[in-house]
Structure formats: C-alpha cells, structure tokens
Design a protein around this ligand. Structure first.
Ligand SMILES: *[C@@H]1O[C@H](CO)[C@@H](O)[C@H](O)[C@H]1NC(C)=O
Ligand SMILES: *[C@@H]1O[C@H](CO)[C@@H](O)[C@H](O)[C@H]1NC(C)=O
Ligand SMILES: *[C@@H]1O[C@H](CO)[C@@H](O)[C@H](O)[C@H]1NC(C)=O
Ligand SMILES: *[C@@H]1O[C@H](CO)[C@@H](O)[C@H](O)[C@H]1NC(C)=O
Length: 399
C-alpha cells in the first residue's frame, strides 16, 4: 500500500513536472529534404524549415542542422519577426557557400550578403558547427578594373537579444559577421579564420548597435578583427585573441562627411599577435560627431606593426584628403596596461587633427612596448592633448 502510494506520488510529480517543462520543438533540416552532401542546393529545405521554426508559438523552436553533413546554401534570408520570443539554431554540421563566384545565385543581383537574419528577437545560434564562405575565388576577383562587390557572410539586422556561441567562421568573401541596428548581443567562443592576405575580411563589424559583449574568441583575418562603426555604444570586448589581422578598431568614422557617434567601448584582456594594428581609433578628415569614453586595458602585444594608434587622418590609400576643417572628436580615451613588442620603432602614434576639437583627454597609463627586433621604440604625436603615466616608450611629444 505504501509502495503504491510512493509510486502514485512519483507519477503525479513527474506528470506535473512534464506539464511545466517548456517543450523544445526541433525542426531538423533533413526532414525538409536537405541532403547535406556539400553539392546539392539545400536552400529551399532550410527556408521551409525556417517557416515552421519562425511560426511556432509554444516552447523554444529549434532549427536543427545535424553533425557530419555539409549543407550548400545559396544567398538566403532568415526573416523575422517570429512568433516565439526565443529561437535556437543548433548548428552541428557545416554550412558552405557555392564553390565559385559564378555559382552564386542572386535573388535580385544584390551582392550584399550570403546569409541574412532580419528582425529576429531572442535568436541563439550555437553548436560547434561551421559557416564556410568559400571566399578564396572572390578575394582577387575584378570586373574590368573595378573590384566586384563581395558579399558579407552573415548579416544580422534589427535584432534584439542575439547570442552566438561556439561557432567557426571561415573564409568569408568579405566581412564574416556584420551587425547592424541591433541591441543586446552576447558572442562567445567563436573561431573566425581567413588568410592574412584576404582583403576586407573583417571578423565582426558592428554599426548602429548597443549593449554588446564579445568574449573568449579567436579571430584571424585579413582585416579588422573587430570594427566598431558609427552609432555604436556600450560594447565590451574581452578575451579576444586577434592575429593576423588589423586589430580591434573604432572606425573608420566620418567618411564622406558622416556625423559619427561612438561611445562606451571597453576592450580588455585581449592579445594582438602579428597584427598590423592593435588598439586603433581611425577617423576621416571632414567628418563630425564624436568617439568618446573608450578604454583599451590589459593588452598583450606580440610584434604588432602599430600597437597603439589614433589616426584622425585616416585614408586607406593615402589619397587626397577632404579639405573640410571638421573632424570627428576623439575624447576620454584610456590605454592602460599594455605589454609586449612592436614590429617597428614607432610603437605609439597619436596623429590628431589640427583643429581644437581634435583629440582630448587621452590617457596612456602603465605601458611597456619594446621593439621585437631588439631596437628602440618611440612615440609620435601631433596635436594630441594627452597625459602619460609610466609609459615606455616615453611620450616626449606631449605639450
Ligand atoms: C563593460 O565594461 C565596463 C567598463 O569596464 C563595465 O563597467 C561594464 O560593467 C561592462 N559591461 C558588461 C556587460 O560586461
Ligand atoms: C583573459 O582572456 C583569456 C582568453 O584569451 C581567458 O582565458 C582569461 O580567463 C581571461 N582573463 C581574465 C582575467 O579575464
Ligand atoms: C603568436 O603567433 C605565432 C605564429 O602563429 C605563434 O607561434 C605564437 O605562439 C603566438 N604567440 C602568442 C603569445 O600567442
Ligand atoms: C619593459 O619590458 C621589458 C621586456 O619585457 C623589460 O626588460 C623592461 O624592464 C620593462 N620596462 C619597464 C619600465 O617595466
């Protein structure tokens, strides 16, 4: 009798437990006809699965992409808003782009992105899988003398509460991940890998977005590991290993007279190994607005070419600059606790604009950068309103 009672209680308990548990409806792309042989176009299967994921009301619908398979996808759009407040994409396998430039099929010849996520809230992509943009044939591709428009691998726009965890991104034709008009993002344990010689293959590019945390990731690319563009604020980056690449950059800002706004950017505990730049703030002449409240702290430098640089005369080809006298104001910037080696003598560069709103309240504190080749290092500055505390090389160029 007592045994039955215990059993009964157990059944009741587990029943009510089940009832309270949120169901996790899985939508496996294989059930929608995806083949996953790396050749067949699986785009439609993914889009059909997405319709069901995005239309599901109960639980946390999950788009499931199984391990051990390679899914070839043409440019596609995962469109929101979705019915559920949370959506998961479990990427266990590999998603691969078409193998040649000619093999890409563009819905309306807009060569902007490979995979777009539009207006999706609460999206979490995780699972140890890979996005392979097959960028190599794009990197050297020209139409006549013009370089052709190359697509970004993943574009997230208009998102709220996005998470990306444990994913590998390789060989994008252009940026690996672009984030625009988003709020609330956590990114961790990404591996982003493209050759040092691949142009414009930024790791993570952020614009018009706020409240972002990027941590514990490894980024090796041919351009900026992370680039923070106008309209971005409250962005923390920590535990990122960058190199090869062009560093973690604020900007470029103010191109073509842009009014730029960037503030509250905090980069901490990052390593730059063999990069072109380390901590960099770059603005074009002729822009306006501000880049302020920026800290780079606990930074390890291993043979970076420009370990610490503010450049208010940025121009990638060194072409003629705007004659406008305006500038994006750079202020309240702290570089603290830098250790390591520079690949050239000029380890610290504060190249500020000549007018009064150039760069103000720049603090260099506890810095020791030596020359990787055993020579000396120096600091150079123009128009910099900065203070330095315990800094090697000694910043003798400050007023
Ligand atoms: C971002 O960094 C700032 C400054 O270090 C810190 O005050 C803030 O709590 C951090 N925010 C997050 C979400 O980590
Ligand atoms: C610094 O980043 C590394 C990853 O590169 C991480 O393992 C370590 O825990 C971080 N340390 C601190 C103090 O945050
Ligand atoms: C820097 O990169 C080189 C070449 O990839 C590697 O051998 C070395 O271990 C790295 N150093 C650090 C401190 O991570
Ligand atoms: C700077 O670093 C070098 C190499 O690690 C070291 O020999 C030197 O003592 C350091 N200088 C200061 C002022 O800490």
């Amino acid at each position: 009798m007592k045994g039955l009672y215990v059993l009964l209680m157990f059944v009741i308990a587990s029943r009510s437990l089940c009832a309270r548990e949120t169901p996790t409806p899985f939508f496996n792309v294989l059930s929608y006809g995806a083949i996953g042989d790396g050749q067949t176009d699986d785009t439609n299967a993914f889009l059909e699965a997405w319709q069901d994921v995005c239309g599901t009301v109960d639980g946390i619908p999950t788009l499931f992409i199984p391990r051990g398979k390679t899914f070839m996808l043409q440019p596609l759009l995962f469109q929101g808003p979705c019915k559920s407040a949370y959506i998961m994409i479990a990427l266990k396998g590999i998603i691969i782009a078409p193998h040649s430039v000619e093999a890409w099929k563009w819905p309306n010849n807009e060569r902007t992105a490979w995979i777009q996520f539009w207006q999706i809230s609460g999206l979490n992509i995780y699972g140890g899988g890979t996005f392979n943009g097959q960028g190599a044939p794009w990197w050297s591709k020209y139409l006549g003398s013009e370089e052709i428009n190359r697509p970004t691998a993943l574009v997230f726009s208009g998102c709220e509460n996005l998470q990306l965890h444990r994913l590998t991104h390789i060989d994008s034709p252009r940026n690996h991940i672009s984030i625009g008009s988003c709020n609330g993002i956590i990114i961790s344990k990404l591996n982003i890998i493209a050759p040092e010689t691949s142009h414009n293959t930024d790791g993570i590019d952020i614009a018009h977005s706020s409240n972002i945390l990027i941590r514990n990731s490894n980024i090796q690319t041919g351009d900026d590991c992370v680039a923070i563009n106008s309209g971005s604020s409250f962005i923390n980056i920590t535990g990122v290993f960058c190199g090869p690449g062009h560093g973690i950059s604020v900007g470029s800002l103010g191109r073509g007279g842009e009014y730029a706004m960037v503030e509250e950017i905090h980069v901490r505990n990052c390593t730059f190994n063999g990069t072109q730049n380390g901590a960099r703030i770059k603005t074009w002449k002729g822009g306006s607005g501000y880049a302020r409240k920026i800290t780079y702290e606990d930074i390890e430098i291993v043979g970076a070419y420009n370990p610490l640089i503010i450049d208010q005369h940025y121009h990638p080809n060194g072409k003629s600059e705007s004659t406008s006298s305006t500038a994006v104001e750079v202020s309240d910037v702290t570089f603290r606790k830098f250790r390591g080696t520079s690949a050239q003598e000029n380890a610290i560069q504060l190249n500020c604009d000549s007018n009064n709103i150039g760069c103000t309240n720049i603090v260099l504190d506890d810095i020791n950068i030596t020359n990787v080749a055993g020579g000396t290092t120096k600091a150079s500055c123009t128009n910099a309103h900065a203070t330095s505390i315990s800094c090697h090389p000694y910043v003798s160029c400050l007023p």
